[in-house]
Design a protein around this ligand. Structure first.
Ligand code: SF4
Ligand code: SF4
Ligand code: SF4
Length: 243
């Protein structure tokens, strides 16, 4: 039986999530026995319009992107949103906190008024097309992508962690960043990264996205116990939680 054909595409992003795939090494070799990559600009020069699984990294920020992802959706049986940029708009949605004119001026200076730039408010992939699976993180956990692909190939539904980063953080025995007089988004952020940031001396900045049923009241209370206002917590949410 022919192996499913897989294509990887990128939109507005830093391509760091694709780099995580390139760095998968042993796991990548195993995955290549299961799927046949037919397009992946970061790793190969071949191109194809015939694929079963499309992995899309990055946010939709231009009408050209919108047309491109609609075309990919028509061709692919499954679409996977790769990383925070694709899944929730990621850092690219910071742009949405300003007017488009301000953003253009910041980037293009005097030329902003003189030329037509194909740009609009940042959208997550699911705001434009149907997405079948999502792999969170900035960057992703490569093992999580491998898990999603294997589930897809075996007809299972991959599940994302439904508990907050704090659970993994506590299991690692970390001292809480609040004890260092910092504000951490761990109580409301989706786990699955093994509490990478608090385990390395940094607060969680919420890159895996806010849990759908996040207990904001408890997060507010925890922050208040350490003399931190809810406004500070909310300002931290802007980086990965802008609309
Ligand atoms: S999610 Fe983060 S690492 Fe991945 S492409 Fe976007 S900015 Fe880069
Ligand atoms: S608030 Fe942050 S540092 Fe504290 S336990 Fe939760 S994840 Fe760890
Ligand atoms: S600790 Fe938070 S910011 Fe760091 S990788 Fe995990 S979810 Fe992302």
């Amino acid at each position: 039986m022919a192996k499913p054909r897989i294509a990887i595409f990128d939109l507005a992003c830093c391509e760091g999530c694709q780099l995580q795939i390139v760095n998968m090494e042993d796991e990548l070799v195993q995955l290549l026995t299961l799927v046949n990559p037919v397009e992946w600009r970061e790793a190969m020069s071949d191109q194809s319009s015939n694929y079963d699984i499309a992995i899309i990294e990055g946010s939709v920020t231009r009408s050209a992107d919108e047309m491109r992802v609609r075309d990919i959706r028509i061709r692919a049986k499954y679409v996977i949103a790769l990383g925070a940029c694709a899944m929730q708009g990621g850092v690219n949605k910071l742009k949405n906190n300003f007017s488009l004119q301000e953003v253009k001026k910041e980037v293009y200076g005097y030329a902003a008024d003189q030329a037509q730039f194909d740009t609009f408010r940042t959208k997550a992939l699911a705001e434009v097309i149907k997405v079948d699976f999502e792999v969170p993180g900035c960057p992703i956990e490569a093992s999580e992508l491998a898990h999603v692909i294997k589930c897809l190939l075996t007809g299972r539904r991959p599940k994302l962690a439904e508990h907050p980063v704090c659970v993994e953080c506590k299991m690692k025995g970390n001292c809480c960043r609040y004890e260092y007089d910092e504000v951490c988004l761990g109580p409301i952020t989706r786990a699955g990264c093994d509490a990478r940031c608090p385990s390395n001396g940094f607060w969680c900045f919420g890159c895996r996205g806010i849990l759908p049923d996040a207990n904001m009241d408890a997060a507010r209370e925890a922050a208040a116990l350490h003399g931190k206002s809810f406004a500070v917590l909310q300002s931290k949410l802007e980086l990965f939680g802008s609309e």
